[in-house]
Design a protein around this ligand. Structure first.
Ligand code: PLP
Length: 400
């Protein structure tokens, strides 16, 4: 059960937007932050701020210990074998770019192929193109389910990697990543999982999944912006070249030659966002205290309720109706442009996202310009779904 007073931990929710109580349903873009995370950032800059790893003084040592503690916390949170398999980045986008750049330098040459799904975020498409790969997309059904038979046929001797999202940010589909990974490994191909939309909704155990890389962002799981994680299997990370050069990632430097630091520091060049990493640790604590299962059950209830509500309205078209879905509801109202719907809802205090959600190939697949997307988090309520329904009912005559 989610405690009734959960919203009191999120001060931002208690405000008006355009004269109406704010109803925040844009959680797939970013979640709001609980007081414990906000206070952690405040406390860090009040009493702990120092550059880490390189100092011998009190503050540097305390900040370093706190930072490394979160690395071990993340290791446990996603079930990694070693804490040095956890690399802190700025977010999912940087995590994927890191792998595309380092793995790409080592293994991808012109004509090589990367299999992605047809529902990837641009962050899991463009980095592979930049790395010089040819993309082979896995098609998906009208309901938003990947076609695994077609996937099997995409493997060729040129396939270097499979890169798929765990949960689609536009359709909500929870992809069968375990099966996708097993199938890739049967071809000797490693797999990167984009977990940006998964970690706050489904329990993740990277060893059970067997994935080679797993990437996610702090800000989509109640943590701060500016911090994310790239998990990589030790064997792979050890043989990859560094992503960026600079401080901390080196062992020795001369003008002729540089040797690199051990894992994970080889991939963490420059001063990291220490306060944000500590905030990420608090966000993990927040979710674990509530219980991931409780969060998932609460969101599943909201998704079911909202789906039933919306389908009662005339002219609503849902996109993404797979049985295994996270709390994302993408829809269109008749032939109205999603921006019009989003703007009218905003005037009534309802925050949803509109557009292609950085998944233009998904929009092309359905032949639409974009969708309206409502996405739920642990602090949302059935009353807020009612508010969305009432607002849609009110604006329908203006749209049809
Ligand atoms: N992948 C997916 C599935 C996403 O939903 C997002 C963000 O919406 C990203 C990647 C990129 O995340 P970030 O902008 O935090 O780097």
């Amino acid at each position: 059960m989610i405690p009734n007073n959960i919203r009191s931990q999120f001060p931002i929710l208690d405000q008006q937007a355009h004269g109406h109580p704010l109803v925040y349903l844009d959680n797939a873009a970013t979640t709001q932050k609980p007081l414990s995370v906000i206070e952690t950032l405040d406390a860090y800059y009040r009493s702990q701020n120092a550059n880490i790893h390189r100092g011998t003084h009190y503050l540097a040592t305390t900040a370093t210990e706190a930072y490394e503690k979160v690395r071990r916390q993340v290791q446990q949170f996603i079930g990694a074998r070693h804490s040095h398999e956890i690399v802190f980045t700025r977010g999912t986008t940087e995590s994927i770019n890191l792998v595309a750049s380092s793995f790409g330098k080592r293994y991808i040459t012109a004509g090589d192929e990367v299999i992605v799904s047809g529902m990837e975020h641009h962050s899991n498409i463009v980095p592979w193109q930049l790395a010089g790969a040819t993309l082979r997309p896995i098609p998906f059904s009208d309901r938003g389910e990947l076609d695994l038979c077609a996937y099997e046929r995409l493997f060729t001797p040129q396939t270097r990697l499979v890169a798929v999202c765990h949960v689609s940010n536009t359709l909500g589909t929870i992809n069968p990543v375990r099966q996708i990974i097993d199938m890739a490994h049967a071809h000797g191909v490693p797999v990167l999982v984009d977990g940006a939309q998964a970690v706050s909704h489904v329990p993740v155990d990277v060893q059970q999944l067997g994935c080679d890389f797993y990437c996610f962002s702090g800000h989509k799981m109640y943590g701060p912006m500016g911090v994310g994680v790239m998990y990589g299997r030790e064997e792979l990370l050890s043989e990859l070249p560094p992503y960026q050069g600079g401080g901390e990632m080196i062992e020795t430097v001369t003008f002729e030659h540089t040797t690199y630091n051990q894992l994970p520091y080889k991939f963490e060049a420059g001063t990291p966002s220490v306060g944000d990493v500590l905030g990420l640790g608090k966000a993990i604590e927040f979710m674990q205290q509530l219980g991931l299962k409780n969060i998932a059950d609460h969101e599943a209830d909201l998704l079911r309720y909202a789906t039933d509500c919306l389908l009662r309205l005339p002219g609503i078209r849902l996109f993404g109706t797979a049985p295994d879905k996270a709390s994302v509801l993408s829809f269109l109202v008749g032939d109205s442009h999603p921006y019009d719907v989003g703007t009218l809802l905003d005037q009534l205090g309802i925050a949803v996202r509109t557009g292609h959600h950085c998944t233009q190939p998904v929009m092309d697949r359905y032949g639409i310009p974009g969708t309206v997307r409502a996405s739920f988090a642990v602090y949302n309520t059935r009353a807020e779904v009612d508010a969305l329904y009432a607002a849609l009912e009110r604006i329908l005559p203006m749209l049809m």
